[in-house]
Design a protein around this ligand. Sequence first.
Ligand SMILES: NC(=O)c1ccc[n+]([C@@H]2O[C@H](COP(=O)([O-])OP(=O)(O)OC[C@H]3O[C@@H](n4cnc5c(N)ncnc54)[C@H](O)[C@@H]3O)[C@@H](O)[C@H]2O)c1
Length: 435
Amino acid sequence: MSKVKKRYAHVGMGGRSRMYTDAIVGDFSDSCELAAICDISGGRLDLANRHIVELGGSPVPAYRADDFDKMIAEAKPDVVIVTTGPDATHSDYICRAMELGCDVVTEKPMTTDETRCRKILKTAAKTGKNLQVTFNYRYSPPRSQVKEMLDSGVIGEILSVDFAWLLNTSHGADYFRRWHRRRENSGSLLVHKATHHFDLVNWWLGDDPEEVFCHASLKYYTPTTAERMGLAGRSERCRNCPVAERCKFHLNLADSEDMKEMYLDCEDEPDGYIRDKCVFSDEINIWDNMSVSARYKSGALLNYILHAYSPYEGYRIAFNGSRGRLEHHACENTYISGDGTIPGELEKGNTTITLIREFSSPEQIEVRTSKGGHGGGDAPLLADVFDPEAPADPLKRKAGRRDGAYSILVGVAACKSIDTGKAVKIADLLGDAPL
Ligand SMILES: NC(=O)c1ccc[n+]([C@@H]2O[C@H](COP(=O)([O-])OP(=O)(O)OC[C@H]3O[C@@H](n4cnc5c(N)ncnc54)[C@H](O)[C@@H]3O)[C@@H](O)[C@H]2O)c1
């Protein structure tokens, strides 16, 4: 007798959707079935179906965003996958899918502000539906290894954390080209990007954030930097820009077949998506320098900085414990989202874990690494999403709405702190929403 397959509907068929489509149509096709797809762009819906056929599957019913309810009624999915961008669009789909009886798998960030966050938490509690947030960074082997070491108590109680994440002038710059560059779309990089980093800290510490303060500035992706680089006379987008030849940030969408098909060829659509806007535009209202100070419920303190214009991409983190210190450092490859390169792969030989026990010399720990997207985290994450027989995970990497909420609320609190000049309590943002 053939197995009953779990049925998935997928909304948001842009760059990130491919990882999920490939998994359902490929490795997990024995237990999963793609029942329908949805997007605001007809061009990207057609492209997604062409891609499914290339993978050896059959085209699936495709619905415009206005017909989301119709899609659920006709396709009868068990689970809705949400990979829409802008991130601010996630919450409407998450809540509606749960109200219509579906479980949900959503990309990070779960949402972008506290109002939407509370609505998601209340809807999940009311409907009893499950929400998984796909924090792939947790599954990266060295980050899982750090979790195991901290949980073993080797440095005792964690008293403070220093965390610096550096985005480079390739991938980091890319956030300033499209929808991410507006705070109302992405919540700024403090939510869109840092949700990964705050989730890692929350998970590594096994603790909840309590209070947040933040300073931030926008100093690099500005018209002033463009003038310094001799880019006077530039246009609002890279395509046909008169200074393209001398601009180090010039992106020619036609150079990558993937980007051309997904974005350039879909520009006639009414959604008005332009993928190659100028990174020096005065339309940008997110920050490129962010410095966060947070306190956890245990009393542990976090210092976190995020820069988006570094010459290399990577991070360094140090945990100061009551019985020693653990340092971890990694560099990532250079890529632009959707250009066909594996995103966020860790550079071989450039990932370290150093343990310094109390009153002892540093010990270099052999690092577990693996190839693949986002520090090798994408593949094991997919197994946790789609494999019905995935084994129980002692590291509890499968993340739900509680993790999704606490990780974004640090960033949301940081934004409010920038606005007001005051520290912000996470409990005030959560209000009466049930965790
Ligand atoms: N976990 C990771 O490492 C990772 C990596 C990349 C992206 N992401 C996340 O995935 C999501 C998508 O990112 P992306 O790079 O694919 O973006 P994208 O811009 O390439 O694609 C977004 C898609 O959503 C569609 N869309 C926009 N508004 C919509 C609406 N109201 N209804 C339905 N569809 C709509 C767009 O037409 C587009 O097809 C984002 O939330 C992003 O944070 C996560």
